[in-house]
Design a protein around this ligand. Structure first.
Ligand SMILES: NC(=O)c1ccc[n+]([C@@H]2O[C@H](COP(=O)([O-])OP(=O)(O)OC[C@H]3O[C@@H](n4cnc5c(N)ncnc54)[C@H](OP(=O)(O)O)[C@@H]3O)[C@@H](O)[C@H]2O)c1
Length: 468
């Protein structure tokens, strides 16, 4: 079913797809697809909507929807009590929300319809009886993009490309000898399991020294027919010793990955080093960004973005950029909520990818970190309510905040567990409980780099020892 909504001079086609969400929530999920209309269709207020014969009501509801969306809070749109009129007003509200979110490049609304209120969702227009629109929601899959997101829906980026809402992290970490060596199969095997389980995104970096193995995993999945290259969303990052040679560095990464392009290229950090990593190099990240723009123009990277940049650094890039960053990859988890940075990024149309999504819930990760741990009673009780695990609750919390988590695991069962998130929904109260764990505590805190002029975080009195 298609409708049109306008936001200023832009018109959007809206398509509906309904599916049930078993078994924990008695709701139908209505997925919205948005596509900017090239045919110049008139604004929604000038069009008659199916089942809508009271333009005045529609108009009022449209305005109400815009007001509600501007507040950017959780929106409950209650219909009138009498059944006769209860279906009609909701649709214009929905369309206003969608139009507004599209105008802000925030394609982030999910609509839920209580199942009890209607029998069939074949006709979405009549089915809407209570709309519960949340600005942490999702999704669109009809943006003219034939690629699937596997098990995860896709979000649309500010450059028109789309990104799956969860990906596999691949950094193997450190041992007593420093950064762990990567042997063939260490990453490709988990990645193949992940693709089989429905992941369509992988996060790597030149610094992880695993791009060859990532490339092998993807090629294996292509040759066994699970995916096509265009179904897979590949993220890699410009190393901190490579910033004076951005385009050659990406070509080098592509050679290792054995690919013609990556879907997303990120500046790994504003902190830079000389090529042999012996000492800091000071490179203005605006110069680096210019070269990042070049990678997109050359088609070597479909989208470009930043990692580990703070708000003022991002703003400086936005003030000078020809092409805005599409994605910001930073640490976000229960202990590090990043509310202000996320709100800022959303406002600028930048999607936030959440690294180290588990923070310190597993003892092995950071034993000095504050709670919660995976056995926390509040987390366990929420998990039990949905028949889920605590790691799934943590990831779902991030997804519902409109973030894109990239959990890393090398275990098949955990990889499968970590993407099994799209069949339940946390309530606003549960989201609040989870948000209250925030302590602004960083798990990844490279204070040993804090003497660099572009170090992005708060400086410590005594920096930690470098693991490198
Ligand atoms: N841009 C950056 O500067 C930056 C920084 C850090 C990370 N990253 C990216 O983000 C990814 C994820 O972050 P991360 O690796 O630091 O941390 P993480 O994904 O939050 O946690 C990974 C740890 O959790 C364990 N784990 C995963 N799923 C589990 C489950 N369901 N149950 C129990 N344990 C589970 C893993 O163990 P097993 O592997 O043994 O299963 C591993 O020890 C990285 O791999 C990397 O791609 C980027």
């Amino acid at each position: 079913m298609n409708f049109y909504a306008s936001s200023g001079l832009r018109y959007f086609r809206i398509t509906y797809k309904c599916s049930t969400v078993p078994p924990h929530h008695c709701v139908h999920r209505l997925r919205l697809g948005l596509r900017e209309s090239s045919s110049g269709n008139p604004p929604v207020r000038d069009r008659r909507l199916p089942g809508d014969d009271e333009d005045a009501t529609a108009d009022g509801q449209f305005r109400e929807g815009i007001k509600a969306a501007r507040r950017r809070s959780i929106i409950h749109t209650r219909p009138r009590r009498d059944n006769a009129t209860m279906n009609k007003p909701a649709l214009p509200v929905l369309m206003a929300l969608v139009a507004l979110s599209a105008a802000k490049n925030v394609f982030l609304y999910e609509v839920q319809i209580p199942k009890s209120s209607h029998e069939s969702c074949g006709d979405a227009c009549r089915a809407i009886s209570v709309l519960q629109c949340t600005n942490y929601g999702l999704f669109n899959s009809d943006n003219g993009d034939s690629r699937d997101g596997g098990k995860a829906p896709r979000l649309t980026l500010n450059d028109g490309n789309s990104i799956p809402t969860i990906g596999l992290g691949t950094f193997l970490g450190f041992d007593e000898n420093g950064q762990k060596d990567v042997k063939p199969g260490d990453v490709s095997t988990p990645l193949e399991w992940a693709i089989e389980a429905g992941y369509r995104m992988v996060d790597t970096a030149s610094a992880y020294k695993n791009e060859e193995d990532v490339g092998i995993g993807i090629r294996n999945a292509i040759s066994n027919g699970t995916i096509r290259r265009e179904d897979m969303y590949v993220v890699t990052k410009l190393g901190s010793t490579e910033q004076r040679n951005v385009v050659p560095a990406l070509r080098q990464s592509l050679k290792k990955l054995n690919m013609d392009y990556v879907d997303l290229y990120l500046i790994h950090s504003p902190v830079t080093f000389t090529p042999n990593h012996s000492t800091f190099d000071v490179i203005d990240y605006l110069d680096t960004w210019k070269s990042m723009e070049e990678t997109k123009k050359l088609g070597l990277a479909k989208s470009i973005g930043l990692s580990n940049f703070n708000q003022s650094q991002i703003q400086r890039i936005l003030d000078n950029a020809e092409i805005n960053p599409s994605v910001l990859q930073v640490e976000v988890n229960l202990n590090l909520g990043q509310d202000r940075l996320i709100e800022y990024a959303k406002d600028k149309g930048i999607v936030v990818m959440a690294y180290t999504p588990f923070g310190s819930i597993f003892e092995s990760q950071d034993s000095a970190a504050p709670p919660p741990r995976v056995d926390d009673p509040q987390l366990r009780s929420i998990a039990e309510r949905y028949g889920k695990t605590v790691p799934q609750i943590v990831l779902r919390y991030l997804v519902q905040r409109g973030l894109v988590p990239i959990p890393k695991s090398i275990h098949k069962n955990r990889i499968e567990e970590n993407i099994d998130l799209f069949n339940f929904e946390l309530t606003p109260e549960e989201m609040k409980t989870l948000a209250e764990f925030n302590k602004d505590y960083r798990t990844v805190y490279p204070s040993y780099w804090q003497d660099h002029p572009y170090y992005p975080y708060e400086r410590k009195e005594v920096p930690d020892k470098s693991p490198f």
